[in-house]
Design a protein around this ligand. Structure first.
Ligand code: 5GP
Ligand code: MN
Length: 357
């Protein structure tokens, strides 16, 4: 894993960010028909940044649309009280019509269009001007007119806040962004930093402080996002920690597997496993944690690291995925009872090849 604390490089990123933000503001002022899109299985950062951008454009008198490849955690519904988001998996026709009819496509919280799954072809085939705003490493930028990518940012929401604040018409005044935009962006910051626990930058707190002063109710968001789970979810967590969590002390790793049977037994609902993968990292000896969730089609992989192991690289090499250095995900196509062995063997091989063992 590489840490880059190269101040010249950071200055360059900010310089290009500012230039790109000027171009973006001019582009948005053209009021092209805008489709805002984020990644499959959208999380708080994906939904927060999409609704944040949506509410911002609405406040400018525009009529943008949001198209998500699939539905996300139910706890995020408070960001979309009037059900303005179109989900491809629920309404393919509308999703396709919106994308085909748009003059501007804004992709948020994704570094390659493949992360939109079935929307990727529509995006590639569209003549619309395309914009990417994201914080994942190594963006694939072909076909995009404007790319604002900062892997140093805690979240796409933090990056988007920074961009919107730099707009001439905002003039550094958060109140001008409106409470809905601010609340949505605050939600993404809160979820991607795991309630201000990881990926923090000095600007994360600057942004949060400005949002708080402008009227964002962080207690409300915390209650909405982290304190509305069901009893079943709590018991599922206990079950997995007691009966599924397996620790390999020599690899300093934890592995949990949630089966379809677990889902049935605990009346699993989308979003219920949110945060589970972080729990084993609370154990002193555990540096890397994996959660494998069996679905009807494949096994969802979630990886977290609290040390120098790049789970982004691991997810790319062994788990058909990617993400960030310390939080990544992917998919496996194998019988669920083979997953544990596959994980520990892959990790051992990975650590040996990176000479970290
Ligand atoms: P989570 O474990 O919360 O599902 O995902 C953690 C991180 O990994 C997120 O930043 C997400 O963008 C990324 N991620 C999750 N699943 C995938 C995947 O299938 N492919 C890629 N490239 N990234 C993923
Ligand atoms: Mn994100």
């Amino acid at each position: 894993m590489q840490y880059i604390f190269n101040f010249a490089a950071i200055k360059f990123i900010l310089m290009t960010l500012d230039t790109q933000a000027v171009n973006l503001e001019k582009l948005l002022e053209r009021n092209l028909k805008t489709a805002i899109i984020s990644h499959f299985n959208p999380d708080g950062d994906a939904i927060g940044s999409a609704v944040g951008m949506y509410a911002y454009l609405r406040s400018k008198g525009q009529e943008p649309r949001i198209v998500m490849p699939s539905y996300g955690p139910e706890c995020m519904d408070f960001l979309d009280p009037d059900k303005e988001i179109t989900y491809f998996t629920r309404d393919k026709e509308t999703a396709e019509t919106v994308i085909r009819g748009s003059g501007l496509i804004i992709c948020l919280d994704l570094n390659k269009t493949a992360r939109t799954e079935q929307l990727a072809g529509l995006i590639a085939g569209s003549d619309a001007v395309k914009v990417m705003i994201d914080h994942h490493p190594a963006p694939e930028t072909d076909g995009f007119s404007i790319v604002i990518s900062d892997p140093g940012a805690s979240s796409t929401c933090e990056l988007l806040y920074r961009i919107l604040m730099s707009f001439r018409s905002t003039g550094g005044c958060p109140e001008k962004l409106g409470l809905r935009t601010l609340t949505s962006l605050a939600t993404g910051i809160l979820t991607d930093t795991n309630n201000f626990n990881n990926s923090l930058t000095p600007y994360t707190f600057t942004a949060a402080s400005e949002m708080l002063r402008a009227g964002v109710d962080f207690d409300f968001i915390t209650n909405m996002v982290f304190r509305r789970y069901s009893e079943d979810r709590m018991r599922l967590m206990g079950h997995l920690l007691t009966n599924s969590m397996q620790i390999d002390r020599s690899l300093r790793a934890s592995c949990m597997v949630m089966t379809l049977e677990d889902r049935r037994r605990f009346n699993f609902r989308d979003g219920d496993s949110e945060g589970f993968v972080n729990l084993p990292l609370m154990i002193g000896d555990v540096e890397i944690s994996a959660l494998f969730s069996q679905t009807e089609e494949f096994i969802r992989v979630s990886l977290r690291s609290k040390g120098n192991i790049s789970v982004n690289a691991m997810a790319g090499r062994y788990f058909n995925g990617g993400g960030h250095e310390r939080a990544a995900g992917g998919r496996l196509y194998m019988p669920v009872d083979q997953v544990r062995d596959y994980f520990f063997q892959s990790l051992e091989q990975f650590l040996q090849s990176s000479q970290q063992l």
